[in-house]
Ligand binder design. Structure first.
Ligand SMILES: Nc1nc2c(c(=O)[nH]1)N=C([C@H](O)[C@@H](O)CO)CN2
Length: 119
């Protein structure tokens, strides 16, 4: 299956379990693998026939600025649902990293896959 990729998109989010985290913005890094048949777009050289990674990135940064959550799990699930509903994405793999959360780890986070692969 073809995929459109977004690697480590920086998001400034209000996210965290603890009270001090609800008063600050923290940097998240979002990586997306988005199932998408790119054959027609390549044949016709047509952005309208594929997923516009710039439009998706902008929408996610907007969404991030308008919402706050405690868990990275919740944020990942909401983003996955948004992508499937608004952009008609049948399958995706999403990796959400919270680099500053654990001092001795390069990053912590979650990875989820949603939808049917190959549809
Ligand atoms: N599985 C998770 N564990 C933890 C989360 C989370 O979102 N998912 N969040 C926190 C705190 O907000 C942490 O990031 C602050 O250091 C702790 N564990």
């Amino acid at each position: 299956m073809d995929m459109v990729l977004i690697e480590e998109l920086a998001l400034e989010a209000v996210i965290g379990v603890y009270e001090w985290e609800k008063r600050i913005h923290q940097r998240l890094l979002l990586t997306l693998e988005l199932g998408c048949d790119i054959a027609q777009a390549a044949r016709d050289d047509d952005l309208g026939a594929t997923l516009d990674y710039a439009a998706i990135s902008q929408r996610l940064q907007q969404y991030c600025s308008e919402h706050q959550f405690e868990l990275v799990e919740t944020f990942a699930e909401r983003i996955a649902a948004l992508l499937r509903e608004e952009f008609g994405i049948a399958w995706l793999r999403l990796t959400l990293k919270k680099p500053g959360a654990v001092a001795d780890a390069a990053f912590v986070g979650v990875r989820i896959e949603r939808g049917e692969y190959g549809r």
